[in-house]
Design a binder for this molecule. Structure first.
Ligand code: HEM
Length: 143
């Protein structure tokens, strides 16, 4: 059962990460679409569906299963497993990135985005870096 739950945890993370990496790409192209145009309305639909159908449920499942593995099974010793404390901090960062994206999506929906294409290009790197650090940490468990 533990391995099965861990597999579902990883599947949920893959889905969450897909959204965290793709949504800023949509924002990059959305910036240059004329407000009110068909293109802009299509981007709005794609962004809303990605956030509501994939990213929100995937984030919730990742958190629920991760916390269950850590404290329900439990596979983590909070006194000695420093790597897990750092992982939690990095995952909180990833969750903050998710919330920021939800805010950007809302702005786009109301045709009120103020951020530039360059901003979203740089922002796009944040979840990538966090993901690399988290995977290195959970696989290598160096501390
Ligand atoms: C949302 C909050 C999260 C919590 C509470 C959490 C917690 C956990 C726990 C307790 C395990 C089992 C560790 C073990 O078997 O030694 C695990 C496994 C794993 N987690 Fe998470 N996790 C979360 C999010 C993430 C994220 C965002 C990523 C990647 C970006 C990730 C990647 C992994 C991987 C790759 C494994 C398998 C590690 C292995 O089998 O050695 N987790 N997670």
């Amino acid at each position: 059962m533990y391995l099965f739950l861990k597999a579902i945890h990883i599947i949920a993370i893959i889905s969450w990460m897909a959204g965290l990496l793709y949504l800023p790409r949509l924002f990059i192209y959305h910036v240059s679409a004329k407000k009110g145009s068909d293109k802009s309305e299509t981007f709005k639909l794609m962004e809303t569906r990605l956030m509501r159908v994939i990213m929100n449920p995937a984030m919730i499942v990742s958190w629920l299963l991760g916390l269950y593995l850590a404290f329900g099974v439990p596979v983590v010793d909070m006194k000695t497993d420093m790597w897990f404390h750092i992982k939690l901090l990095l995952v909180l960062g990833l969750t903050a990135v998710h919330m920021m994206m939800a805010g950007f999506r809302k702005k786009f929906e109301n045709d009120a985005n103020e951020k530039s294409e360059k901003y979203f290009r740089i922002f796009n790197e944040v979840p990538t870096v966090l993901m690399i650090l988290i995977v290195l940490l959970v696989v290598m468990k160096p501390f």
